[in-house]
Design a protein around this ligand. Structure first.
Ligand SMILES: [Fe+2]
Length: 279
């Protein structure tokens, strides 16, 4: 196996991996090691990659199978299955920054993507970091009484909650028709690989909690969010060109930051990997 190094980025979340050549096929041992580190560190950072869209796709698939994106119109020209994030999108004359509040991706699906990955193609001179918070640690630190309260609760996740703190890109009729039925997921899920429990929250898509009045549900979600997004649970990624970052949606929430000069372009290729039904 190729020798590689793993540098933790905080005590709890994130690791920088170097030594692999991701433009060549990885042997089973290397792939297994990568999967193990991913389950332990939740966010992996590989610097100085030079991916064409197909190479990015191949690298992402080292950790799973692709999960198609809901917004079928948005993709890299000539690569219908490679999505992107960009600051050059406008909705009703207002610039839309995808991911601009803490969330987990595509939780409106019965089997939400286990992972999302980005490759930095164009970046602003400064700013535009992505923040991640560790939902295993956030869960572990909850008072026992709260753990008991939320242990059996399930939330309904829709494409865009009427209570969402922000808008999402509008969908064409075709993409809208392809959306799944609203999904029902536990507030606390267990990671199938590392065995740890985690809070599973997404104010953008959670519209209600089964058996609760909306107001009480929103208050509970807000309290859990305030707890989960504390700085002590965070790894903040400062992007450099060529960064390949992959994160585990079962272990972390993430958010984008629109704190940079919008005259500068920011473009990252984006893919998701298939997950399982949260339990
Ligand atoms: Fe996201």
């Amino acid at each position: 196996m190729t020798p590689f190094t793993v540098k933790p980025l905080t005590e709890h979340t994130g690791a920088e991996i170097s030594g692999f050549d991701f433009t060549r096929p990885l042997d089973d041992e290397g792939r297994g090691a990568l999967q193990r580190i991913f389950a332990e560190r939740h966010v992996l950072v590989m610097r100085d990659q030079k991916f064409a869209p197909d190479q990015f796709k191949a690298a992402a698939q080292l950790l799973g199978e692709l999960h198609p994106h809901d917004n079928k119109e948005r993709h890299i020209a000539g690569h219908p299955d490679v999505d992107y994030v960009s600051n050059q999108h406008f909705v009703d004359g207002k610039r839309l920054i995808p991911g601009e509040t803490f969330h987990t991706d595509h939780s409106n699906h019965p089997r939400p993507p286990k992972a999302t990955t980005l490759f930095a193609v164009e970046l602003p001179t400064m700013g535009g970091d992505t923040q991640y918070v560790n939902m295993h640690d956030a869960y572990d630190d909850l008072p026992e009484e709260m753990k008991r309260k939320i242990g059996g609760l399930e939330a309904i996740h829709v494409y865009l909650s009427k209570y969402s703190p922000r808008a999402l890109a509008s969908l064409t009729e075709e993409s809208r028709r392809a959306l799944p039925e609203p999904a029902i997921h536990p507030l606390v899920r267990t990671h199938p690989e590392n065995g740890r429990k985690a809070l599973f929250l997404n104010p953008v898509r959670m519209e209600s909690i089964v058996g609760m009045e909306d107001r009480a549900a929103l208050e509970l979600i807000a309290a859990l969010m305030r707890h989960a997004i504390q700085r002590k649970y965070e790894y903040r990624h400062r992007w450099k060109l060529g960064d390949w970052v992959i994160w585990d949606n079962r272990s972390v929430m993430h958010q984008a930051n629109p704190d940079y000069d919008m005259n500068e372009r920011r473009l990252l290729y984006r893919l998701m990997l298939r997950g399982e039904q949260p339990a």
